[in-house]
Design a protein. Structure first.
Length: 254
């Protein structure tokens, strides 16, 4: 364990977060590219359009339900009601993501994308709050979850309002995911662990990184496999990332 005092750890974390915010807002404004909604797998199944991208969200639903069942039956080792509520919000977020992403892919336009991103924001913010609750303190975790969720939802509606005017700005929303990749490993390194199996956080991040890469190679993966698109694979890998966290909760010890 590093030899930094608690005060120094808090200062270093605050400076890291401030640095991310400054870098994010110093970058030029950017929006999603033209044709963003034209995902490659447009096959239909009965009356369901874009069926591959719609049905591949089932993983989020299954992990979310399994997580809530694990919490309800006391099969997860969790300290205190605040942390339990944050993990509950995380699993509810997964179920909401399944619904929001399925809705978006059924009819992929900006208006439905708002619901997809809002559900993902709930999931990301709850995860970060749960980690802060574990490593820093329960009260800090709850407060940060609430503040980040307000910020994330505001950034989504800010982007959508800009789109309606013809110039959306994704920088504020993008910082939510950037913070996930930077601050989670940072906190894992800087603060002492209360539980075992912390490496499952890194497995989750690695799985989600693969999910983002799969999305980028949407067409290439679909042409190579002729079965699944990169975006559908992204959904499955995202669900795998969540499954690592559920497994962590079931296995960890003080």
């Amino acid at each position: 364990m590093n030899g930094y005092s608690v005060e120094m750890r808090h200062l270093m974390t605050a400076l890291a977060a401030l640095f991310l915010i400054l870098v994010g807002f110093l970058l030029p404004a950017f929006d999603q590219p033209d044709g963003y909604h034209l995902w490659v797998d447009q096959r239909t199944l009965g009356v369901i359009p874009n069926a591959g991208d719609v049905f591949s969200n089932i993983g989020f639903f299954l992990v979310g339900c399994a997580g809530l069942f694990t919490l309800a039956t006391g099969r997860a080792f969790i300290h205190g009601r605040h942390e339990a509520r944050l993990w509950g919000a995380f699993f509810i977020g997964l179920i909401a993501t399944a619904a929001g992403s399925g809705y978006y892919h059924w009819h992929p336009i900006d208006a439905t994308l708002v619901w997809d991103r809002a559900a993902m924001a709930l999931t990301f913010c709850a995860l970060f709050g749960a980690l802060v609750s574990d490593r820093i303190g329960a009260r800090a975790g709850v407060l940060l979850f609430a503040a980040l969720l307000v910020y994330a939802l505001t950034s989504i509606f800010y982007w959508y309002a800009g789109r309606l005017e013809g110039a959306g700005d994704l920088r504020p929303y993008a910082m939510v995911q950037v913070a996930l990749f930077v601050l989670i490993p940072w906190i894992l390194w800087l603060y002492p662990a209360r539980y075992s199996h912390s490496s499952f956080y890194l497995l989750a991040l690695a799985s989600y990184a693969l999910a983002l890469i799969s999305e980028y190679f949407d067409r290439a993966i679909f042409e190579a496999t002729a079965v699944i698109s990169g975006h559908s694979l992204k959904h499955l890998l995202g669900a795998l990332a969540a499954a690592w966290l559920l497994l962590m909760l079931r296995r960890r010890k003080p």
